[in-house]
Design a protein around this ligand. Structure first.
Ligand code: 26Q
Length: 796
């Protein structure tokens, strides 16, 4: 035992004893987890305090990343890794006869997000801390996170995620930093001492916002940034009824599990204003401790708006500057625009956020007034130059609604999309008129991922191999992975890569067996689709492909042995998505139970997809399905995660898939299907006829028949709904149009897979090219082009 390991076991035993008054070996795994976490917190406490003190000295510009969702994943193992003590701790735990993996898995997952948008926020916090950028998160401390998903008879059932029933060891409640947020009431303008009109609020509903801070530990740096999440409570000392108390608690009670439609609920509006107002107030208060001149705010503070949900930061900062600090409108607006920046994450017009003016006005009267004034001044200023039509199309207020994307773009000095294609479509189509008025505001920042979590933590076998090949350089300089692709790879490297993948697949096969009872063959190709369930992401295309393969097998044709693995949650109100889940599960039962094709085709839908489950699946993927309808997926990030773990992407020409293709070369990816331009052309010409496509393809006809003719038991309703969406409703997402091309692309990947050395070469090329998608580079790009800050330790 090394001295370090020894020292750890002594410390750990002592902390455990102190916390639970019992020897560590006799504690439950949960208790062991809590003891270890307490020890880890102690380890970074000094660095956290130092980071905050350095910040208080006020010299460096700080970024505040406002996001209604964060998805950090479990923190214990990641903190150990970033602190550089994971190997020591793993050995120490083994010395004590304990199981590190079990202890790490005892941590409840903080599921404070729906998917990509929340995960991206957390990846950025990790990357900023790791590269030495002062960047903090601002969000909501939801009492209940995203629902837990179970399948009952193949149907999705949602269970509440009561994650705070267990103590959250990572957070610190900061009572002395609480702020009051005001809702409702009336606003009157009265002349103040200087004769200017001053806003007075009466009859407001006051809510206490209490911050809970979590340290964000950078990879091997002494920087610990802060993720600040706000909880709503009654103001101490104020009288309130039980219903009032409940109304307040409701603000931070639940994460909206809906990323499909804008669900215009008052509570959501209150949530948005609550965390934004609290965040802006605490930033300004903090700023004024060391500075006097609010006109200089943008030199020291950048506020980033993660999609439009925090866009009220714009009128809220206006409100503070005007009402509380007496700036003039033009001064305040200048400060706001220079401080704010906005990322758009969606091209689905129906997903753009807008609010009913009446509701908005009742809930947030002063903010509504300010938006009306922003709107009025915008029209007055730009109408003469751009004409009324264009100004009408881009103004924040239209048709009795507040249009948040226009407000966000108007009040920010930068607007970005999250992949090249997405940013282009934003500029040329979705926000085209905005880009005409403000051409210099629009930039692209392609998404990125935390390679350390997705490779070092999730795939330690691969990480060890990459350490050897790059002399560990890839950990800090992910682009160093490119050296793997330069020379023809040694056979030994390819063989090791194959062995790592097989071991990962074997581990996932064990998990599948444990969770579902199904036995899958780790030698078969693992074909994976993991993401939220959405019509545009086209899990349905994947399913139709499986059914076609099944029919071919039954006809006696040979196909490559394949295991299809799904992970996806559907919004509880999204019945079409839920129908697809049911049909995939029912098809899985039929196919997995058919002894006539045993071992050649299997389908697994793993329940409760979340970050922890992704960490099991991603390292085991051979094929990464990224098959959204072109022009719909803003970027995607599971594509990057699986690529970094050596999967080959099966992709439409959408989102970041295009950049992945450019990075790996066309030979190391399988792309297929309509381009975004072709899709738009069909939509404009109204010349797509789904039924005609089906009629001309006998295999496709048989596949569709299976959905309604009873071949798949128990789906008479759902099968009908799906077939109707394809035929009667003319297949909004062009599933049938892309079907034949999809099958051909899949077949190509089957052929490549049949020759292990060819496949391993492709796999290696993907790993080698994945470095550029590290979030370390992404945040550096934001720093350079948007926030005006630099990493202290940039990734090379
Ligand atoms: C809206 C209204 C009411 C309640 C909830 C919502 C809501 C919640 C979550 C709307 C949208 C979301 C999440 C969107 C999201 O995750 N988008 C994804 O962002 C990723 C990061 O940029 C991209 O990679 C994905 O392409 C994009 O789909």
């Amino acid at each position: 035992m090394t001295n370090e390991v020894k020292a750890f076991t002594v410390d750990f035993t002592a902390v455990a004893l102190q916390l639970f008054a019992a020897p560590v070996e006799t504690l439950s795994v949960k208790q062991q987890y809590r003891a270890l976490a307490a020890l880890v917190r102690r380890d970074y406490a000094v660095a956290w305090a130092r980071t905050k003190a350095a910040e208080d000295r006020g010299g460096r510009k700080q970024v505040y990343y406002f996001s209604i969702e964060f998805l950090p994943g479990r923190l214990l193992a990641s903190n150990l890794l970033n602190l550089g003590i994971k190997t020591t701790v793993d050995s120490g735990l083994h010395e004590l006869g304990l199981d590190p993996a079990a202890i790490y898995a005892a941590e409840p997952e903080p599921a404070l997000g729906n998917g990509g948008l929340g995960r991206l926020g957390s990846a950025f916090l990790d990357a900023m801390a790791s590269t030495g950028m002062a960047g903090h998160g601002n969000g909501i401390r939801y009492q209940y996170g995203l629902f837990k998903q179970r399948f009952v008879d193949g149907y999705q059932v949602e269970l509440p995620d009561d994650w705070l029933r267990e103590p959250n060891v990572w957070e610190t409640r900061q009572d002395d930093r609480a702020v009051i947020v005001k809702f409702g009431g009336e606003v009157t303008m009265r002349p103040g001492p200087t004769g200017r009109l001053v806003a007075h609020y009466t009859n407001t509903e006051d809510v206490l916002a209490v911050p809970y801070d979590t340290g964000i530990v950078g990879y091997r740096t002494d920087m610990v940034n802060t993720m600040r999440l706000w909880a709503a409570e009654p103001v101490p000392g104020a009288a309130f009824s039980l219903t009032e108390k409940e109304r307040i608690a409701a603000i931070t009670q639940v994460l909206y599990p809906d990323d499909s439609q804008e669900s215009g609920r008052e509570l959501r509006l209150r949530q948005e204003y609550f965390f934004v107002a609290a965040g802006v107030a605490s930033i300004v208060r903090h700023y004024l401790r060391d500075h006097r001149d609010l006109l200089r705010l943008p030199a020291f503070v950048a506020i980033h708006i993660n999609d439009t949900y925090p866009a009220m930061a714009i009128p809220e900062l206006m409100r503070l500057l005007l009402d509380d600090y007496g700036l003039t409108w033009d001064q305040a607006w200048g400060v706001v625009v220079a401080t704010m920046s906005y990322t758009n994450h969606t091209l689905l017009a129906e997903a753009l956020e807008s609010w009913d003016w009446g509701l908005f006005n009742r809930t947030l009267p002063r903010i509504a007034q300010l938006i009306a004034e922003i709107d009025r001044r915008f029209r007055a200023q730009y109408d003469p130059r751009f004409g009324q039509l264009l100004v009408d199309r881009t103004a924040p207020l239209a048709d009795g609604r507040v249009r948040m994307a226009y407000l966000a773009a108007l009040g920010s000095h930068r607007v970005n999309g999250v992949s090249e294609l997405h940013s282009t479509i934003l500029r040329e189509s979705l926000l085209r008129d905005m880009a005409t008025i403000f051409p210099d505001r629009f930039v692209n920042e392609t998404n990125g991922i935390t390679l350390r979590r997705w490779v070092m933590l999730a795939d330690p076998g691969l990480a060890a191999l990459l350490d050897r090949e790059t002399d560990r350089r890839w950990r800090r300089s992910p682009r160093a992975l490119m050296s793997l692709a330069r020379q023809p790879a040694a056979t030994s490297l390819l063989t090791s890569l194959g062995a790592v993948k097989l071991a990962n697949k074997t581990a996932l096969a064990e998990y599948i067996h444990q969770e579902t009872g199904l036995v899958v063959d780790p030698q078969a190709q693992f074909d994976v689709q993991i993401k939220r369930l959405h019509a545009y992401k086209r899990q349905l295309l994947h399913l139709l492909g499986i059914l076609a393969d099944y029919l071919m097998l039954k006809d006696g044709q040979r196909v490559l042995p394949r295991v299809h693995i799904f992970g996806a949650k559907a919004a509880p109100s999204y019945s079409y998505a839920k129908a697809i889940i049911k049909v995939i599960n029912a098809a899985a039962d039929l196919i997995n139970g058919d002894s006539g094709i045993a071992g050649q085709l299997q389908v697994v839908f793993l329940p409760n997809y979340n970050v922890a489950l992704a960490e099991r699946i991603v390292p085991a993927a051979d094929v990464s399905e990224q098959i959204s309808l072109a022009g719909k997926e803003a970027s995607g990030t599971s594509n990057m995660k699986m690529m970094a773990n050596g999967a080959v992407t099966l992709a439409t020409l959408d989102g970041a898939n295009l950049e992945i293709r450019d990075a790996v070369g066309a030979a190391n990816i399988a792309t297929f299907g309509l381009t975004a331009e072709q899709v738009i052309a069909h939509q404009e010409a109204h010349d797509y006829q789904a039924a005609a496509v089906a009629a001309s393809d006998p295999l496709l006809q048989r596949v569709l028949a299976m959905l309604t003719d009873g071949t798949i038991p128990g789906i008479s309703l759902e099968g009908r709904v799906i077939v109707d969406s394809l035929l009667a409703e003319n297949d909004e997402y062009f599933v049938l149009a892309d079907f034949a091309a999809y099958q051909a692309a899949k077949k190509l990947l089957a052929e490549r897979y049949a020759d292990p050395s060819t496949w391993q070469r492709m796999s290696l090329a993907n790993i080698a090219a994945s470095g550029r998608f590290a979030a370390d580079y992404t945040v550096a790009g934001y720093g350079q082009e948007i926030w005006g800050i630099r990493p202290q330790r940039p990734a090379e």
